[in-house]
Design a protein around this ligand. Structure first.
Ligand SMILES: [Zn+2]
Length: 306
């Protein structure tokens, strides 16, 4: 009887141990939500960061509409890795900006929502977004500017209302180097401030593919030399992509860098989206003599909207 009882106990405890292990495994495998009680001095973004989430994702998961209105002692559930939220597209959103907020990718959102063309999304449209799956595995966002470059872009103090437009050019020759362009503008065209553009984006031939070269005219906040009008050179930021886009297309890296650069410059200067032009459009708009720059194969709106 005693031995039987012991055996019974052993079996019972073995079952309990197995059950606990299975439960723990399920808990991990299903990524069951953890909770967090807000402590004094903690903000949503601090808490979110601890869990590898964005503040927005954490707020959305907890139905918090105003992230500034959280209280000490308030309990939050931390979304599991495969948590899905509903998101309504707002004006100005792109799949990439939404993806960045939720630590996922534009491609993942497009796939999950059956979106074939990311340019067709509309404000008010509802999306299901899986949070956090691209946390570590996602490749760096194509809109990332190298930190040393970003510093150069951000460093100059910008006089208020200094810049009104952004104008995009091609160099017309895919073999151009920064030194060559600088030499041409300073020595041949006799521009005392050298390189006529504020920024040049390399194409991988004699410049680094996608690299944003920050020109002296940006660093010193000088007028450009890229427009056929002295008055307009005063108010137009000039960006030149190395290449001849009558013949070839800009590289993917050039496009990504242009988009990122324009976005950074817009937030530094407040230039609205509709005041970004190609050289050709700008000359047309300002009734200056026509130019084919930056070539008929270059589509500014496509680059900026993808
Ligand atoms: Zn041009």
């Amino acid at each position: 009887m005693l031995t039987i009882l012991r055996r019974g106990n052993k079996q019972t405890s073995r079952i309990v141990v197995i059950a606990v292990l299975v439960f723990l495994w399920l808990d991990l495998a299903l990524g069951q939500a953890a909770t967090h009680t807000i402590k004094r001095g903690e903000t949503l973004s601090v808490i979110a960061k601890k869990h590898g989430l964005s503040a927005l994702a954490l707020a959305a998961h907890n139905g918090i509409t105003n992230p500034n209105e959280v209280k000490i002692g308030q309990k939050l559930t931390i979304p599991a890795k495969t948590e899905t939220v509903n998101y309504t597209i707002r004006k100005g959103d792109t799949l990439s900006t939404i993806a960045n907020k939720y630590k996922t990718t534009a491609a993942a959102i497009a796939k999950a929502n059956g979106i074939k063309n990311p340019n067709t999304i509309k404000p008010g449209q509802k999306l299901k977004i899986t949070i956090g799956t691209a946390k570590k595995t996602a490749k760096p966002s194509s809109t990332t500017i190298a930190s040393s470059t970003l510093k150069e872009i951000n460093r100059p103090r910008i006089r208020r209302y200094r810049w009104k437009h952004i104008v995009v050019h091609h160099s017309a020759d895919s073999n151009n180097s920064i030194r060559g362009m600088e030499h041409y503008h300073r020595r041949v065209r006799r521009m005392e401030n050298g390189l006529a553009y504020h920024f040049v984006i390399g194409n991988g031939v004699n410049t680094t593919n996608g690299k944003i070269y920050v020109g002296d005219r940006w660093k010193r906040q000088l007028q450009g030399g890229h427009i056929g009008s002295a008055a307009l050179n005063e108010i137009a930021i000039g960006i030149c992509l190395v290449g001849n886009f009558e013949k070839t297309l800009p590289t993917a890296k050039q496009k990504a860098s242009l988009k990122a650069l324009v976005s950074r410059l817009r937030s530094r200067t407040g230039i609205p989206y509709n005041l970004i032009y190609t050289h050709r459009q700008y000359h047309q708009h300002k009734k200056l003599k026509s130019t084919i720059c930056p070539g008929r194969r270059f589509s500014l709106r496509n680059i900026l909207s993808t």
